[in-house]
Design a protein around this ligand. Sequence first.
Ligand SMILES: Nc1ncnc2c1ncn2[C@@H]1O[C@H](COP(=O)(O)OP(=O)(O)OP(=O)(O)O)[C@@H](O)[C@H]1O
Ligand SMILES: [Mg+2]
Length: 308
Amino acid sequence: MSKAIIEVKQITKHFKAKAVVDQVDFKVYEGEIFGLIGPNGAGKSTLLKMIGGLIFPSSGEISLFNTKMRGNHAYFERMGLLIEEPGIFPHYSAYKNLDLMAISYGLTDRKKYINELLNLVGLGDVDRIKVKNFSMGMKQRLGIAIALIGSPDVLILDEPINGLDPQGISEIRKLIQELNKKGITIIISSHILEELSKVATRYVILNHGKVVENISKKELFLQFEERVELEVEELKQAIPILERHLNIQKYKVMNEHSIYIYDNHVKNQQIIKILTENGIVIHSLTKHKQSLEDYFLKRTGSGGESHD
Ligand SMILES: Nc1ncnc2c1ncn2[C@@H]1O[C@H](COP(=O)(O)OP(=O)(O)OP(=O)(O)O)[C@@H](O)[C@H]1O
Ligand SMILES: [Mg+2]
């Protein structure tokens, strides 16, 4: 497993008496596209601002490569941020905006660097257009380009696909994947799990300031595979029967009585028949299918999953 690049330990942020981010713990591993998901007001931007060093936690600690954030200048140099509205000058071109930012970073030989950045984010051919005439997608690309100045190791993107049309979403997604291939670890937030599901490799769901789920892409997608949830009295005896008679191979034992079966060639009636014939007592058997949306709503407290 790769190294943890960022470690968030017991982070809390109070605004007045309210804990808007509440004892949050997680690690971001090098090379990941880390998805932070939560409904409006969950605390995503507040958490990302703390990781980006824009505001400080009320308590807890954040480290980058095992070095604590406080007082560590190298920390901020290794971060690129696009959080809420990027500071863009609307009457200037994308090039000029990037140039001003590059100057503030003390970069020399800027022309080549900026043109490469513009090409990388897909704004290479719009140099004459003032930013005030940019589409939403173009502004987001410029925001990402600004965040990339200084060649950060970690890029924090707060809702970069908010308000974009499907074409724009897909383009930003491709850009994020491209940047990730170049070795940049990416932290990206959204209030729609579906949007992040196509790009992130790990997901943390935040609700009312608390982490309610921390799950890898593989684990997440297992949740959506159609499965049969079976509960029996004598599971130890039932498993070899299912394997032998119904050729069931893809399953997960959940506890001493229940098992999830993912082999979709098997029908419920076949399972009932073979188990009863062999004297196994069935407590319950349900087919389970869940959408990403159901899954998210269930974890953020406003919905349920569907059984049939
Ligand atoms: N500076 C502040 N002072 C007081 N309360 C704040 C401040 N910043 C954020 N909050 C509150 O903290 C909570 C979390 O806000 P935050 O912006 O982090 O949520 P979010 O998950 O980013 O939401 P959204 O999806 O709407 O962007 C909200 O209830 C918000 O009103
Ligand atoms: Mg926000």
